[in-house]
Design a binder for this molecule. Structure first.
Ligand SMILES: Nc1ncnc2c1ncn2[C@@H]1O[C@H](COP(=O)(O)OP(=O)(O)OP(=O)(O)O)[C@@H](O)[C@H]1O
Ligand SMILES: [Mg+2]
Length: 260
């Protein structure tokens, strides 16, 4: 075969694609209890890429993250999820977590009888982190001897969940509304912890679901995607964030259809 400059270009591009795309979500449709929640969604997360996912309440953002992590009860009805080149669509959540995916929940579960210190110590034993250092960074040392989540304020719960995320040292963190119900000072604490976490991951990438522009003061998205009624309608640059706050989701989707 004669290798022309064109061939070289294609081959180099193919290698680049394999290396650079960390997570591929292709044509993903998902149902819960037989009801279709999200439809035909495509998202590619590249290396060095911070993806913000925005959308109205109930549009399916949390379900999307839960489908990626393999949450029980969230059923993939079509499409697939490929992480580090491996199709993980049918794999259980534990497997995906062992591979380096981790979800920080929008509403973290409350754990009766399990103290926060025990949880952090167990995770840090696996990953080699320092529980006290993590608790200090997130200013939650006073919560260490309490049952996880029990009676935590909204902001404390968010900081506790991000502490768990840090302790797991994920390769690709999926973060659901880290900034909801959080005061401005706590947002700064949470955002700088997330920033540090991203910088320590091998791919320097993440997906963050958010309703707020606050977190973008500290973490800049490289890609902003808008989900409405279970579908990612379009993605764009960071400028989309301010457009959402000026126009709202529905008008933006209408405008985009007209332009498209
Ligand atoms: N376990 C479940 N059983 C039945 N329906 C569910 C379940 N979980 C989610 N849903 C439904 O799926 C839809 C999408 O919910 P989801 O939590 O993904 O939305 P969201 O975009 O994250 O919303 P918000 O911004 O309010 O967090 C909603 O109509 C919700 O009621
Ligand atoms: Mg949600």
């Amino acid at each position: 075969m004669v290798i022309s400059p064109k061939h070289i270009f294609y081959e180099v591009s193919a290698v680049k694609l394999v290396v650079e795309i960390v997570l591929k979500v292709r044509d993903l449709s998902v149902a819960i209890s037989g009801r279709v929640i999200i439809r035909n969604n495509n998202v590619f997360v590249e290396r060095n890429s911070v993806v913000f996912l925005l959308g109205p309440n109930g549009s399916g953002k949390s379900t999307f993250l839960k489908a990626i992590i393999g949450y029980p009860g969230v059923e993939v009805i079509s499409g697939n999820i490929v992480f580090e080149g491996e199709d993980i669509t049918g794999k259980p959540m534990e497997y995906r977590v062992s591979k380096g995916l981790t979800l920080a929940h929008q509403t973290p579960p409350k754990l009766t009888g399990v103290r926060m210190r025990q949880l952090l110590e167990a995770l840090c034993k696996k990953t080699g982190c320092d529980p006290i250092e993590i608790a200090s960074v997130l200013e939650i040392k006073h919560l260490l001897d309490r049952e996880f989540g029990k009676g935590f304020s909204g902001g404390e719960l968010k900081r506790a969940e991000i502490a768990m995320l840090l302790a797991q040292k994920p390769k690709l963190p999926l973060i659901d509304e880290p900034d909801s119900g959080v005061d401005v000072d706590s947002i700064e604490i949470i955002a700088s912890a997330i920033k540090k976490l991203i910088s320590e991951t091998p791919y320097k990438s993440t997906i963050i679901v958010t309703h707020s522009a606050q977190i973008s003061k500290y973490i800049k998205p490289t890609l902003t995607c808008i989900m409405v009624s279970g579908e990612i309608k379009f993605c764009g640059g960071p400028e989309l964030l301010s457009e959402v706050f000026i126009h709202g989701f529905r008008e933006l989707v209408r405008e985009n259809k007209r332009e498209g």
